[in-house]
Design a binder for this molecule. Sequence first.
Ligand code: PLP
Length: 375
Amino acid sequence: MQEFSTRCVHAGTISDKENKGVSSPIYPSTSYAFIDRDDTVYPRYMNTPNASAVATKIAALEETEKALVLSSGMAAISTTILALLSSGDHIVFQQGLYGGTSNFVFSELQRLGIKFTVAKGHSVNEIMQAANKDTKMVYIETPSNPLLNVTDIKAVADAAKSSGIISVIDNTFASPVNQQPAKLGIDLVIHSATKYICGHSDICAGAVAGNPDLIEKIHKTGLNLGGSLNAITLYLIERSLKTLDVRVQRINNNARSIAEFLAMHPKVKKVNYPGLPEHPEHHIARKQMKGFGGMLSFELKEQESISFQKKLKLITPSMSLGGVETIVSSPAHTSHRHLGIEGRKKEGISEELIRMSVGIESFQDLIVELDEALN
Ligand SMILES: *Cc1c(COP(=O)(O)O)cnc(C)c1O
């Protein structure tokens, strides 16, 4: 197999037989011939040439046999869960889920009779203790949002496998550059491709990669739910993935420098970054991650989070993550607002917590700005 960065550039590329261009042609047709061929090609079937090209590339990067590309991370998550679970089945979620996932669980699963338990924490023991005889799936997210907790992926995959349970991970925060969960035994790897995979804060997409039998089931349900993408967006995802390795390597280095800077800063109470030796699960992160990613969070000591963010210029206070530009947000005012002060306290989310998605700018410029805003 070729090296990761080579696969980023070349895997799945559609050969342009007519003009010999080096990039994949874009096929915008929604109508395809049916005579003398055994498959039916249609955009919603997620099997047009550009959809297959991106799916092939993502499967190559996650080192799985198959992948499917969908219209958002939530389309990937909901289609996966609805394809594989029925009324009466039970699913275990780790604590500290992405907000959209948790909304989906609480507002849709209950109504459909799919039973669920949110584990008491994110450790393998807490997750597996929540399983029962009806459990068909365990679902983890590591590193998690916004505290960057780390779960032992291989331990969860092994425990699930020995009980005949499907294991699923949301691998958005790490990206396949830093973490390839299928190699550790996870059955299905989900991405919000809106984040690092697309990487320029201008595309919404999702993906699921893994075991071919499971992907086929998800694909069948996907045709019914209809979360497909158009050719132009698919081409842009393919284009974005060519630079995934260089972007994320740079982001890893920047984030580590910024985490180290913040950890030493007198106006910062605490830094959450899996790459810091003082992170409680650093030993697990070292085992399963090649780099520690671009997401970190930190607690301010003396300043209110909104007034700190208002002082930033280059770094924009805004939602989402995974782009080339550095952004910050305060979970108490955005993703975890609905929990209220008491709910946030229970999850360990301080009112003065700042979450940061580190970009590819020069880290020196970012550090100068952070230092000014902190003082
Ligand atoms: C953004 C995000 C999602 C949802 O993805 P969309 O593309 O917004 O639907 C799921 N999981 C994580 C960890 C995310 O950051």
